[in-house]
Write a new protein. Structure first.
Ligand SMILES: Nc1ncnc2c1ncn2[C@@H]1O[C@H](COP(=O)(O)OP(=O)(O)OP(=O)(O)O)[C@@H](O)[C@H]1O
Ligand SMILES: [Mg+2]
Length: 319
């Protein structure tokens, strides 16, 4: 393992064999690596195999075959060292319900052998960072779902471990708390931690992750940084067009373009099209000449459109 890598996964496969049910290939030959100090995203729809990959990395389940290394340690051969290298927030919450927020953090710090002086300094910092300071004396059981989630992430960050794994850490957070949590994740990465996160929120991956893989049915269907993924041979552009007026003829024309997304509201049209740069320019000229445009705006489609497109392409290929 190269020592600039925090995670190395090679040809990882996990087949669950539930009783009286057919086996499930939850992870099917997945390979990726994560450089130290970066934020890495595992993206995919429900059941894609994200949590299973996380469970193998955190030694909670053994792989069926393939290799998984964390911080230079083999998840199968060196489970103890692997676990010592990482802090994880699992998709299912786990914490001391009957302890206050503060005591949850103190117990966690003790358990992870963080010296008391350091814990006393860092606990108020994370409480503040995650907007939990005012609730530090509240029992965990009395917290809202979103606050519990933040307490979980706060604990992982308190640990000071080189690798932090967050499985759907921001699910269920309101926009403001999501922002706070995302900022905290960024800050932690800038201090040198490696962060692996799973999400199906594409905008989140888009503004957080240095690199990401998209998995579907246990297989990687795309990988790279956000702009690389966007350039995967399927350029897609989102446009806002404002027409002088819109007739049935215009609507028909727009529909015939086979858009990934189309919304018409009075004379304003939001449309996402899979075309090259040149085709888009030509199309705008054409629309202006034929129907009369007052205004247009073009930008590369966001990850969500690309993602949906990749997944549906994959489905068609398998038919
Ligand atoms: N313990 C298990 N036994 C049998 N099958 C399982 C088990 N855990 C997961 N699976 C199956 O493996 C596949 C991948 O599940 P996994 O939880 O890894 O998906 P995920 O990408 O995390 O999805 P989500 O977005 O819903 O969290 C699914 O088909 C799931 O039903
Ligand atoms: Mg999951």
């Amino acid at each position: 393992m190269k020592n600039n890598l925090a995670i190395e996964v090679e040809n990882l496969t996990k087949i669950y064999t539930p009783r009286r049910k057919p086996p499930v290939r939850a992870v099917d030959g997945v390979s990726f690596s994560v450089e130290r100090g970066t934020i890495f995203g595992l993206l995919g729809p429900n059941g894609a195999g994200k949590s299973t990959t996380i469970k193998v990395l955190t030694t909670l389940t053994p792989p069926t075959s393939g290799k998984a290394m964390v911080n230079g340690f083999d998840c199968v051969g060196q489970p103890l060292e692997t676990r010592q290298s990482l802090a994880v927030v699992l998709q299912q919450n786990a914490f001391e319900q009957f302890m206050s927020v503060l005591n949850n953090l103190r117990t966690y710090a003790q358990f992870h052998h963080i010296p008391r002086a350091e814990a006393n300094k860092r606990i108020p910092e994370v409480l503040d960072q995650f907007g939990l300071y005012d609730d530090r004396h509240t029992h965990a059981i009395d917290l809202s779902g979103g606050m519990r989630r933040r307490l979980q992430v706060a604990k992982a960050f308190l640990s000071g471990k080189p690798v932090i794994i967050l499985d759907e850490a921001t699910t269920g957070l309101d926009p403001i708390n999501r922002r706070t949590t995302l900022d905290a994740i960024r800050q932690q990465a800038s201090k040198g931690s490696t962060i692996i996160l799973t999400t199906h929120l594409l905008d989140e991956a888009e503004d957080l992750c240095d690199r990401l893989v998209i998995i579907n049915d246990g297989k990687i269907i795309a990988e790279g940084n956000v702009s690389e993924i966007k350039r995967l041979g399927i350029p897609a552009y989102s446009m806002q067009l404002i027409f002088k007026n819109i007739e049935d003829e215009t609507r028909k024309y727009l529909n015939r373009l086979n858009p990934l997304h189309l919304k018409i509201n009075n004379t304003t049209v939001d449309i996402t099209l899979q075309r090259t740069h040149q085709e888009i320019l030509a199309l705008i000229k054409e629309l202006d000449r034929t129907y009369g445009l007052i205004h247009f705006e073009v930008h590369m489609a966001d990850l969500e459109d690309v993602f949906i497109n990749l997944l549906s392409q994959r489905k068609e290929d398998n038919r």
